[in-house]
Design a binder for this molecule. Structure first.
Ligand SMILES: Cc1ncc(COP(=O)(O)O)c(C=O)c1O
Length: 389
């Protein structure tokens, strides 16, 4: 866990911290990027006397640089890097004890749903899936045993926007922890701790890495005791990222702000095309004024992100045809990287939710809009939609 933040870690605007926070030129060589520190163990001057590192599961200099940087971007006192987004989520959920209860969103990421329902459920953790935009449904879900409310905003794949501040107020009145999966927004667009969240989790596989070449996860927290508890689990359960993976995420983070600006611009243009196209029944993008969460998104986000989902008027068959017909949008799972991707959630990323309350519409298509030319992207999607009519 990294909390020995240097001067630059707190200073300057987001873009400056994204480039500089967490590391400085190497005093020995002047290298301007952190070294990929491969050592699994570190020499001690005497028993228990060392330079901050003993064994690399517990801490590693490259990981520490990443942890300081992303903690700074989330405006958190502590950051912890993990081997995947799911490993990060797992470390947070391990704080729950048998008999305790977690509230998750009805359209949580399929992997979150699977972890809660199929791994923690059988281990005695109670859970309820709730539409977090429905105050009455949420009011009915609280229990004496509720320990965590898990927010994802915007959600994967339906782009539901949840009011973090409103839920944090209700949760804190009950002594319940608020966890926000900030993967879709990234800290550039939304900083959940500033709205009262207690814990932020990320799949750094997505926008933070940004180049489809690394799998990683992250937890950011302000509270010292919570941070100690999660750091204990990071070391005890050991789902840590390797040094090169940490380096790749850190490299991605340095360009996060400029990439996100382009993702948002391109997604807006794609959403505009979809809104007008007759092959499309419904467009889900928080940037559209008609999106039910648009006003909340305006308040809590700097931009509306790079993911756009839509349902095809021609149902599942049309959705599959569109997904098979794009040339620049690559048919693939995942999101948040420089290249544009298209996928069919019901059969791909969210297949594990089939038959559950979290199952997604088979007519749904999800786009991760990349940073290519907006003109090319819109033309590609248009020809695929025309083919689906
Ligand atoms: C919103 C969200 N949270 C968590 C995860 C899990 O992350 P990972 O695949 O890095 O384990 C994903 C992966 O798609 C995701 O989209």
């Amino acid at each position: 866990m990294s909390d020995d933040r240097s001067r630059v870690d707190d200073a300057g605007a987001f873009e400056t911290r994204a480039v500089h926070a967490g590391h400085e030129p190497d005093p020995a060589t002047g290298a301007v990027v952190p070294a990929v520190s491969l050592a699994s163990t570190f020499a001690q001057d005497a028993v228990g006397q060392h330079q901050g590192y003993e064994y690399a599961r517990t801490g590693n200099p490259t990981r520490a640089a990443l942890e300081r940087c992303v903690a700074s971007l989330e405006r958190a006192a502590h950051g912890l890097a993990f081997a995947s987004g799911m490993a990060a989520e797992d470390a947070v959920l391990r704080l729950l004890l048998p008999g305790e209860h977690v509230i998750i969103p009805t359209d949580a990421y399929g992997g979150t749903y699977r972890l809660v329902s199929s791994v923690y459920g059988p281990a005695g953790i109670e859970w309820t899936a709730v539409d977090l935009t429905d105050p009455e449904a949420l009011a009915a879900a609280w229990r004496e045993e509720t320990r965590v409310v898990w927010i994802e905003t915007p959600t994967n794949p339906l782009l539901t926007v949840v009011d973090i501040a409103a839920i944090a107020e209700l949760a804190h009145d009950r002594g319940v922890l608020v966890v926000v999966d900030n993967t879709f927004a990234t800290p550039y667009l939304q900083q959940p701790l500033s709205f009262g969240a207690d814990v932020v989790v990320h799949s750094t596989t997505k926008y933070l890495g940004g180049h489809s070449d690394v799998v990683g996860g992250f937890v950011a927290v302000d509270d010292d005791d919570l941070a100690q508890g999660i750091a204990y689990l990071q070391n005890a359960a050991g789902a840590i990222p390797g040094p090169f993976d940490c380096y790749l995420v850190l490299r991605g983070v340095r360009t996060l702000a400029v990439r996100m600006d382009r993702h948002c611009e391109n997604a807006r243009a794609v959403a505009a095309l979809l809104t007008e196209h007759p092959a499309v029944a419904e467009v889900r993008y928080p940037g559209l004024p008609g999106h039910p969460g648009h006003q909340v998104a305006r308040r809590q986000m700097r931009g509306y992100g790079g993911v756009v989902s839509f349902t095809c008027a021609g149902g599942e068959e049309a959705a599959l045809r569109v997904a098979a017909s794009t040339r620049i949008f690559t048919l693939a799972e995942s999101l948040g990287a420089v290249e544009s991707l298209i996928e069919h959630p019901a059969r791909m990323t969210h297949a594990s939710a089939t038959g559950s309350p979290l199952a997604v519409d088979a007519a749904l298509v999800r786009l991760s809009v990349g940073i290519e030319s907006q003109v090319d992207l819109v033309a590609d999607l248009k020809q695929a939609l025309d083919a689906a009519e």
